[in-house]
Design a protein around this ligand. Structure first.
Ligand SMILES: [Cu+2]
Length: 128
């Protein structure tokens, strides 16, 4: 069909450019999907009768994974408003997925009696 190879190359250039644009757009989309797929990991340590940190900023609707550890007793990590909780035995790393809601403050607390002072063991997610 083509009488010489330079004519074939000229016609091939737009196709190659389209392919490169498609590849770049696909890579960009994959990166965005990966960023969305990987929730931020937030480490929270519990000891009688304190969570560290006890004030955690989150973006509205952010997906996070809490990486929970306990030092000296079986603890509970509960976020009633988000409907999630976990037992946190000492010496074990526990992962708990959660998704923030709209802007505002959300309390978390220990929901396993761990001694005198347990009732003050809490913290707050600051969503905004
Ligand atoms: Cu407790």
């Amino acid at each position: 069909m083509f009488t010489n190879s330079s004519a074939a190359r000229r016609l091939a250039r737009p196709a190659r450019r389209r392919w490169l644009l498609f590849a770049a757009a696909s890579a960009s989309l994959l990166l965005r999907v990966d960023a969305r797929a990987a929730p931020r990991v937030i480490k929270v340590h519990a000891r009688r009768f304190v969570f560290t940190p006890n004030r955690i900023p989150l973006a509205p609707h952010e997906r996070v994974t809490f990486e929970l550890t306990a030092e000296d007793a079986l603890m509970g990590f509960s976020i009633p408003q988000l409907g999630v909780r976990a037992d946190v035995p000492p010496g074990i790393v526990v992962h708990l997925d959660a998704k923030a809601g709209d802007a505002g403050t959300v309390q978390f607390l220990c929901d396993i009696f761990c001694g005198s002072g347990h009732e003050t063991m809490n913290g707050v997610l600051v969503v905004g």
